[in-house]
Design a protein around this ligand. Structure first.
Ligand SMILES: [Zn+2]
Length: 92
């Protein structure tokens, strides 16, 4: 509990979380977008359907990053929820 947590704010719900619990979407300095790693302006998002949906509907990533965010970026995150969130027993 003594490790230094780096807090970041989710662009959707505006709550602060430990950085490791959030997705990071980066607008790369050299152009384009990346997830998790890269140099550039970053936006953080909770790893939940709720915040992802909200961010997509209200274009919060676009606002935070001040650029277009490709659907593929959001879809990649959705895919992670589908893959990792095995809370339901029905895997499709
Ligand atoms: Zn959130």
């Amino acid at each position: 509990m003594s490790s230094r947590a780096v807090l970041r704010r989710c662009v959707s719900c505006r709550e602060l979380f430990d950085r490791t619990q959030l997705w990071r979407v980066i607008r790369l300095a050299e152009g384009g977008m990346a997830l998790d790693q890269g140099m550039g302006r970053s936006a953080y998002l909770c790893q939940t359907h709720c915040c992802l949906d909200d961010a997509r509907r209200k274009k919060k990533l676009q606002r935070a990053l001040r650029c277009q965010v490709a659907d593929s970026i959001v879809e990649a995150l959705e895919q992670r929820l589908t893959d990792g969130g095995a809370s339901g027993s029905e895997a499709r």
